[in-house]
Design a binder for this molecule. Structure first.
Ligand code: ZN
Ligand code: ZN
Length: 422
């Protein structure tokens, strides 16, 4: 080996090491609203909240817009929005706000995505992704699909069934990514909002890898009702059906879906209730989304994890424990030889299908440990296994009484190690 090639080899080795060591956890939210749709604050004020509260990345996903046009708001001085405007004016840098004053109102221009993201993005510290909540419907059922890291506006695509509406929108999102050679990530929002999407429907969507297992909006029924499953059991049903049908696993996201920034209450869609923690080698949009595609992330409503690893055999969970808080680490899954045995639940009067119930073997509790460390051997006896950590601490700003801080790690399959984007 010549001296030069030795030096080059050494540099390559060093670079390789550095990349591995740099893999770390990044906190982000992919679903939030501003004055560009039905959120109640300016995008800069919303973004500032995430910057100030320790988030590393953010996608603002307003309904059916990518905030790229000229739009002015007229705010009468008697309107509840007026003090929000005054606060925005006071807290913005000198000369930033573009506005006109009249006797009884103001006109203010909403900053475009290019403008507001440019004010907050810092390489390696805070990254924004352009996003849209593609807000479609089938009949009276709202079908909302988030598109993260897109470049061009996507119009709701419509369709002849719940599955078709989801599929058409997911296809439009993925095909934009292919056309523009970038990672554009679709995720299905709040399936239980107005009971729009059943598990058997969600399971059928091709190309979709993500849905919201936790959404902080008060109208989304994360915990189901007396007839219908909460989002966790729904998730287990979805993955049981998908693996049977040869589709890949679906992963679960935490988002806050915030709309209301000025009053904290259980019936308000407040900021900061749910988020994701992604294990990635750097804080670039494409790398973060690639790590998520690999399943190297967890959803949280308050619990932080120090370890989430799966080498293909052993699923290990470590909790970043807080003083005075007790944690339960649970592994759940479906046996490979289960019988899903769906039973149709119909409305006794109209005879209309409400939902399907499945055997308790779907998403069964396999192991429960109290403490901050636990592991589970994932064998081929299981179709998939996932992990959940619940604390005994009630959420500070909860939606449902007794709701405790939780972390949801992703489902895994025996023999398929999760790469953390290293
Ligand atoms: Zn929505
Ligand atoms: Zn939303």
């Amino acid at each position: 080996m010549t001296r030069l090639s030795f030096v080059l080899t050494l540099i390559v080795l060093m670079v390789g090491c550095e990349q591995t060591e740099q893999s770390q956890w990044y906190r982000g939210n992919l679903h939030t609203h501003t004055f560009w749709s039905d959120g109640d604050d300016f995008p800069e004020q919303v973004t500032k909240w995430y910057v100030d509260n320790g988030y590393d990345f953010l996608a603002i996903s307003d309904h059916n817009t990518i905030a790229d046009s000229e739009r002015w708001l007229t705010i009468p001085k008697w309107n509840a929005r007026y003090p929000i405007f005054e606060k925005y004016l006071t807290e913005s840098p000198e000369g930033w706000v573009e506005w006109e004053g009249y006797d009884d109102s103001v006109r203010v221009r909403l900053k475009t995505y290019e403008e507001y993201s440019g004010r907050f993005e810092r390489p390696g510290q805070f990254v924004m992704m352009r996003a849209e909540e593609v807000s479609d419907r089938y009949g009276n059922k709202p079908i909302h699909v988030n598109a993260t890291n897109l470049m061009e506006y996507i119009e709701p695509q419509g369709g002849e069934s719940v599955v078709e509406v989801m599929q058409n929108n997911v296809n439009a999102i993925l095909s934009q990514g292919e056309r523009l050679q970038r990672r554009v990530m679709p995720h299905i929002n709040h399936p239980n909002y107005i009971w729009a999407i059943r598990a058997d429907e969600l399971a059928q969507v091709d190309g979709e890898r993500f849905f919201e297992v936790y959404n902080g909006h008060p109208a989304v029924f994360n915990y189901g009702d007396s007839l219908r499953y909460g989002t966790e059991k729904l998730w287990d049903v979805v993955n049981t059906i998908r693996l049977r049908d040869g589709r890949p696993l679906m992963f679960g996201l935490g988002t806050d879906d915030s709309h209301h920034y000025h009053e904290e209450a259980p019936n308000r869609a407040n900021v900061g209730r749910g988020w994701v923690m992604v294990q990635s080698r750097d804080l670039e949009a494409e790398t973060i989304l690639e790590a998520m595609d690999n399943g190297a992330f967890y959803a949280s409503s308050g619990v932080s994890l120090s370890e989430v690893t799966f080498d293909g055999y052993t699923y290990r969970i470590g909790v970043e424990a807080e003083e005075g808080v007790t944690y339960a680490i649970e592994f759940l899954g479906t046996n490979a030889d289960h019988d899903p045995a769906p039973v149709a639940i119909t409305d006794p009067e109209s005879g209309e299908l409400i939902t399907y119930r499945y055997s308790d073997d779907v998403g069964r509790l396999l192991q429960r440990t109290t403490g901050t460390q636990a592991s589970f051997q994932v064998t081929e006896d299981y179709l998939f296994v996932r992990a959940r950590v619940t604390s005994d601490r009630v959420m500070i700003n909860l939606v449902v009484e007794g709701e405790v801080e939780t972390a949801w790690a992703q489902p895994v399959i025996a023999g398929q190690a999760v790469m953390s984007g290293q």
